[in-house]
Design a protein around this ligand. Structure first.
Ligand SMILES: *[C@@H]1O[C@H](CO)[C@@H](O)[C@H](O)[C@H]1NC(C)=O
Ligand SMILES: *[C@@H]1O[C@H](CO)[C@@H](O)[C@H](O)[C@H]1NC(C)=O
Ligand SMILES: *[C@@H]1O[C@H](CO)[C@@H](O)[C@H](O)[C@H]1NC(C)=O
Ligand SMILES: *[C@@H]1O[C@H](CO)[C@@H](O)[C@H](O)[C@H]1NC(C)=O
Ligand SMILES: *[C@@H]1O[C@H](CO)[C@@H](O)[C@H](O)[C@H]1NC(C)=O
Length: 323
């Protein structure tokens, strides 16, 4: 019974450990939420790029991200949805939007928002087992009705005829023997891979975030040496190394915490088992005393007391544990 009680005391700890593992399993959901809230923040900041007067339709305006997100590039362009459908946009940063792109639900004018996540790509779109060869870029569409609006829902854009193509400009070369792949992160958190076509071009029928990756994890010591081909200083592999280093630090901190929790658990277990054994012994001694057995009894004057008196004077400790 004592052991049972000890086990019931362990229960909260076990529950806590189980809860921690559930939290771990939910991490992708948190990442997804982080990516969507970044989208919302960048929509707000991209809209601020528009001048309050003489806003030109079809002109690309470069925005300024908040200072805590330095390294991200944003741009915005306002368009009539009819014009998007019949004329497309020949150059929207890396994107080439052909004719025949439809917007749903219908809006008269829309804003196309461009993201280049630069060195934040790995932070918002971590991809274990893969290495980014280009920064993650995004193409999102919003209603242009109110240019001071925030938390706008994204519009759905679909290329009905030719796909939208993405011409990545600064792409590192894949390590020899590995094939680069296009990756598409849709706004529901799903990823899809496709082949890179001639010269670093990916294509899509939908909005979302895109990059070129290779299924390869660089050994940490080799990472800074992988040759960047035409890569600007912004996308140096050292930056990627940084992100990896961070995740490594988290892994170490995580396992240290886990190890510590396990140690505490073991220590508590040992403590409880010892206490249980002690109680058992005390019970036995008490029973023996009641039965009048001379079990290591000592006589002090007229009183007979167990020799283990020292331990019997400790109920203070015991009371601490009894709820
Ligand atoms: C960056 O700053 C903006 C505005 O100051 C804030 O809303 C946002 O939560 C911050 N984001 C991060 C990732 O710190
Ligand atoms: C990206 O680079 C900028 C400087 O260009 C820096 O301020 C920022 O902290 C970097 N972000 C990450 C996630 O390393
Ligand atoms: C536009 O959005 C802003 C921010 O949500 C709001 O304060 C403003 O009233 C809106 N304007 C119109 C014309 O709806
Ligand atoms: C892709 O962009 C490069 C310049 O960054 C350009 O030379 C090349 O022609 C483009 N490719 C296509 C298919 O548009
Ligand atoms: C992608 O390329 C591989 C070989 O390079 C080929 O077997 C596969 O069919 C291609 N996939 C698509 C969707 O074109």
């Amino acid at each position: 019974m004592g052991l049972l009680r000890s086990l019931s005391m362990l229960l909260p700890l076990l529950l806590w450990i189980m809860w921690m593992s559930v939290v771990r399993a939910q991490l992708p959901v948190d990442k997804e939420r982080a990516a969507r809230s970044l989208d919302a923040l960048l929509q707000d900041y991209a809209y601020r790029a528009f001048p309050s007067v003489h806003l030109r339709t079809g002109k690309l305006y470069d925005g300024e991200p908040p200072s805590n997100l330095t390294g991200i590039k944003i741009s915005a362009m306002r368009l009539r949805s009819g014009s998007l459908r019949t004329r497309g946009v020949s150059r929207f940063k890396e994107f080439e939007i052909p004719t025949g792109v439809a917007v749903q639900p219908y809006v008269e004018r829309l804003v196309l928002v461009y993201h280049n996540l630069g060195n934040w790509s790995l932070v918002y779109y971590p991809l274990p087992g893969y290495t980014y060869l280009a920064p993650v870029v995004g193409l999102l569409a919003y209603d242009a009705l109110n240019l001071s609006a925030t938390n706008l829902p994204t519009l759905d854009i679909t290329a009905l005829d030719d796909p939208i193509s993405i011409n990545f400009s600064e792409v590192k070369s894949a390590p020899s023997g590995y094939t680069a792949k296009c990756i598409w992160f849709n706004l529901q958190g799903l990823t899809e891979f496709s082949n890179v076509t001639s010269n670093n071009i990916c294509s899509t029928k939908k909005q979302g975030h895109f990059s070129i990756v290779v299924e390869y994890t660089a050994p940490p010591s080799l990472a800074p040496e992988s040759p960047p081909t035409g890569g600007g200083p912004n996308e140096g592999p050292g930056k990627r190394g940084n992100g990896k280093g961070k995740s490594k630090v988290w892994k170490i901190v995580g396992s240290a915490l886990g190890g510590f929790a396990l140690l505490v658990l073991l220590a508590l277990l040992v403590l409880w088992v010892r206490r249980y054994k002690h109680r058992k012994r005390m019970d036995r001694m008490e029973k023996a005393a009641e039965a009048g057995e001379a079990l290591q009894m000592a006589s002090i004057g007229n009183t007979r007391a167990p020799v283990a008196m020292g331990t019997r004077t400790q109920p203070v400790l015991e009371n601490e544990y009894v709820p």
